[in-house]
Write a protein that binds this ligand. Structure first.
Ligand SMILES: [Zn+2]
Length: 325
């Protein structure tokens, strides 16, 4: 079978949208479909929407279901990648949903599930920034912070399948409280949620002058990554300060990861990184170099993710292929 007609389906399921793509053996997207998740419809309603989205992608590619070798899905978790059961997904309101079994019943095609961040990391490893690298860590900075670990070309899950919870790595034990209840997790100091809180404190409480208010449409209840990036570009003092602090903590986490795992590469993705690019990656690199022990950082690459919004579907297709073989 030629690599270009060796098809699998990759699905990226989030709290607001579902993306499904038919992907060939070269990792190219042949056809893509998109729909709203509508979590209020409950698990069976959402699974029906996933089914429709997959069928639309297959149909758009002018293929039959029988030509699809496997389906891979990146889902919010925690979940069990072996059984394909979503244990708990607060954004979806799901608990103990046997997603893999339900889709295998519908399509009769081998299906596998892993968490969205692991799947995104796998996509970057196989077809994105990490091509040619064997050991890498992915860190995705958005509303929260998630991570994935690839060792020897395979996702590493750990005994309880919770490996890669980089967002809850404690970087300042005296730091602010995290959503998980601990203090000073990376997510509590460097996610968009944490950045928003710091900016609100500086601008609204302390009254520091800032262009951000205008750039974000006159309010600061939800600050868009693009507005933050623009404010930094214009040298807005409070925003620059808050982002340097976030970069420092992300860099400290990189130093810790390099100390205990020493991967060849750390790939940064997610909305905040996509918007800020080197203006955040540079402070991360600086702090990592400052905190890492001598020689430990030598040759370790800190790079931006390459696949953007496609990391999810492409990673899910890689997952499907890895499980097939
Ligand atoms: Zn935490």
């Amino acid at each position: 079978m030629a690599a270009s007609d060796d098809y699998v389906v990759g699905v990226d399921m989030g709290g607001t949208k579902i993306l499904a793509a038919v992907i060939d053996g070269k990792g190219e997207i042949v056809q893509q479909a998109k729909t709203a998740t509508k979590p209020k419809k409950g698990p069976d309603g959402v699974i029906k929407r996933i089914e429709r989205c997959i069928r639309e992608a297959i149909d758009g590619a002018e293929l039959e279901t029988s030509q699809i070798r496997a389906i891979g899905i990146g889902s919010p978790g925690p979940l069990d990648p072996e059984t394909g059961v979503i244990i708990f997904a607060p954004n979806l309101g799901w608990s103990n949903v046997p997603l893999k079994a339900k889709l295998e019943t519908i399509f009769g095609i081998p299906t596998c599930v892993d968490n969205d961040v692991n799947v995104g990391t796998l996509g970057e490893y196989a077809f994105g920034a990490g091509q040619g690298v064997k050991n890498l860590v992915g860190i995705f900075v958005g509303t929260g912070i998630g991570g994935g670990i690839i060792l020897d070309g395979k996702l590493f899950h750990g005994i309880n399948k919770t490996a890669g919870e980089i967002g809850h790595m404690i970087v300042d034990a005296n730091g602010p409280r995290c959503g998980c209840g601990n203090f000073g997790c990376l997510e509590a100091v460097a996610s968009r949620t944490a950045i928003t809180k710091e900016l609100q404190k500086a601008i609204l409480k302390k009254g520091q002058k800032s262009k951000l208010l205008k750039l974000n449409g006159g309010k600061l209840d939800q600050i868009r990554s693009q507005a933050i990036a623009k404010a930094v570009k214009r040298g807005d003092k409070p925003t620059v300060k808050v982002m340097q602090r976030a970069g420092k903590y992300l860099g400290i986490s990189v130093a810790s990861i390099v100390h205990f795992l020493n991967p060849e590469m750390i790939v940064f993705g997610g909305g905040v990184i996509e918007a800020m690019r080197d203006s955040l990656l540079d402070p991360i690199r600086q702090a990592a170099a400052e905190y890492a022990l001598p020689t430990t950082m030598d040759g370790v690459q800190i790079v931006k993710a390459a696949l953007g919004d496609n990391a999810g579907v492409i990673g899910a297709s890689v997952l499907a292929r890895q499980r097939l073989s």
